[in-house]
Design a protein around this ligand. Structure first.
Ligand code: CA
Ligand code: CA
Length: 220
C-alpha cells in the first residue's frame, strides 16, 4: 500500500467513524416504536386506567440503538378538543400545563410507558382532529398519533353523556379522531363496542380533578 493510498484509507475510516458518531444518539422517527393512536383515560380510586390507556414508546437512534434516558414528550397542544389532567397519578410524569405536554424518560432499553389521564371537550370537527398528537424524543419529532378519548365531555368520568357525544361524532363525520377508539381510521360500530366495554369496566369512572381549563390546558 502506498503512502497516499494508506492516507486515503485512514481518512475514509475516520470519516465513517465521524458519521457513525453523528448518527449515534440522534432519535430516529423510522427506527423508533410509537403508537398510531393514544387513548386518553380516567382513573378510579386514584388508579389510572392502564388497561385501556397504556402505551409504550421505544426510542432508537439513526443507528437503531436504543436511547437510554431520552426525554419523551407527548404534546397535545394542537388538539383543541383534548384536555389533560394536571395530576397524572404517575410520579414519573412531568406535566407542563401551558405547553399541554406530558414528559417521561426512557430506560436502558430505550422504552418508556405512559398512561395519559385526560378527556375531550367534544369541540371541533373533521380531519383537524386526526393525527393531532405529537411525540418528541430529545426534541426530535418521532410520531403524530391520533388522540382518542373515552371521556368525551371531560366530566364525571366515562358515562352516559359521553355515549351521547360519541353518537354525535358518529353521525357528523367518520373522520373525527377522538371517537376512533379502535384506531382503524374511521368512527364506526366497533368504536362503540370499545366504548361500551370501557363503560362497563368502570375503570375510568373519574375525570381530571381539577378539570382542564377551556381549550384543554390543565389548570396550575
Ligand atoms: Ca364524561
Ligand atoms: Ca374506528
Amino acid at each position: 500500500m502506498t503512502g497516499l493510498v494508506r492516507k486515503a484509507t485512514l481518512l475514509t475510516a475516520a470519516g465513517l467513524l465521524v458519521a457513525s458518531a453523528a448518527m449515534a444518539g440522534v432519535p430516529s422517527e423510522g427506527n423508533s416504536t410509537k403508537p398510531a393512536c393514544i387513548g386518553l383515560v380516567g382513573s378510579v380510586a386514584g388508579v389510572p386506567d392502564a388497561a385501556a390507556g397504556q402505551f409504550t414508546v421505544v426510542v432508537r437512534d439513526l443507528a437503531n440503538n436504543p436511547l437510554n434516558g431520552a426525554s419523551v414528550v407527548i404534546d397535545f397542544s394542537l388538539c383543541d378538543d383534548i384536555g389533560i389532567c394536571l395530576d397524572q397519578l404517575d410520579v414519573d410524569a412531568l406535566v407542563n400545563c401551558p405547553a399541554k405536554t406530558v414528559r417521561k424518560f426512557t430506560d436502558v432499553t430505550g422504552s418508556v410507558t405512559f398512561t395519559v389521564l385526560g378527556g375531550s371537550n367534544g369541540a371541533g370537527l373533521a380531519t383537524t382532529l386526526r393525527n393531532g398528537g405529537r411525540i418528541y424524543a430529545n426534541g426530535t419529532l418521532i410520531g403524530s398519533p391520533t388522540v382518542v378519548a373515552y371521556d368525551l365531555d371531560g366530566l364525571a368520568g366515562v358515562g352516559a353523556n359521553d355515549l351521547s357525544a360519541w353518537l354525535t361524532d358518529f353521525g357528523l363525520d367518520p373522520d373525527i379522531g377522538r371517537s376512533d377508539l379502535d384506531c382503524d381510521g374511521s368512527v364506526g360500530a366497533n368504536d362503540l363496542s370499545f366504548w361500551l366495554t370501557e363503560f362497563g369496566n368502570g375503570t375510568s369512572a373519574a375525570s381530571c380533578a381539577p378539570p382542564p381549563a377551556p381549550g384543554g390546558t390543565c389548570l396550575l
